[in-house]
Design a protein around this ligand. Sequence first.
Ligand code: 5AD
Ligand code: FES
Length: 347
Amino acid sequence: MRKLIDKLYNETALTKGEYVRLIRDHTQEDADYLFTLSAKRREEYYGKDVYIRGLIEFTNYCKNDCLYCGIRRSSKNVERYRLSNDDIMSCCEQGYGLGFRTFVLQGGEDPYFTDDRICSLVSTIKSEYPDCAVTLSIGEKEHESYQAYFDAGADRYLLRHETADDSHYARLHPAEMSPWHRKKCLYDLKSIGYQVGCGFMVGSPYQTAENLADDMLFIKALSPHMVGIGPFISQHETPFSEMQSGTLEQTLFMLGLIRLTLPNVLLPSTTALGTIHPLGREKGIQVGANVVMPNLSPVSVRKKYLLYDNKICTGDEAAECRYCLQNRMKAIGFSVVTSRGDCLPIK
Ligand code: 5AD
Ligand code: FES
């Protein structure tokens, strides 16, 4: 196993069979060895810096019905909300004051937010805060919509591919959603010129080591600027309510593999990781992640954006989350920086 890990460190790629062996057969000692190298690689690019993104969950309406997601359209007990433009602008104002230079607008696939509405939001934010990056995370759209948002000033786009394997994809999503279209979206976004983020859940129902190996090959081929991963966590109102959640160990291992596969990638240590373990986000940073995404949404809506159960930070004001994370990072020898935090070129 050490040889494989060394190979990944030196060559930044493995074959599918090699990824499968590492993912399926590694011991804790192998994982610790991986983490020494992934931490080293992180340090070569990003030192002890941790980038922050202000997350604004601006709508929990969703026309999709992903089987794992707490805000799927079939969840009848979710109290639906939309933030107004004024609400969103005041999140940005507060965030700017707290040192955020990236705003992530995330929401379900909500038809109310037409292309015109998204474009006007993006251009308003960019004109008020020209030194900030705007990231959109609003799901699958057509090329022309992505182009319009980009022309309005959007810099980055997050769209997790969820799983690279078509038959696994079909077990996580209703038949009307297509893995082919999702991947096409990511390639469209890249060709338009966005900084693009893909990603997947670790330990999602029916996932195999082969599936995760395919995820690694997919991200290597797409070569995104960001990769968002976190453990799957069951949500009580979904069809997957009785399914096992992903583990801390599995997620850390995948973070280590991603850092070695895409050395300069922006890699968040996610809220889901912080949800399954009290020090999950710290551990993620220690094995190679370099981004955290504190929540900027108004506290009044936080508990309505429950993609999974027991989500942390749902009672905390933006400033509390911001300084909580700053202290957590400081406690492990890292420091939050308040630049835009763009992806560094490969060395
Ligand atoms: N557990 C963990 N992550 C989830 N997501 C959605 N539902 C869950 C869940 N139950 C993730 C998906 C989505 C992102 C916004 O949140 O990967 O792309
Ligand atoms: Fe909203 Fe899946 S339920 S994107």
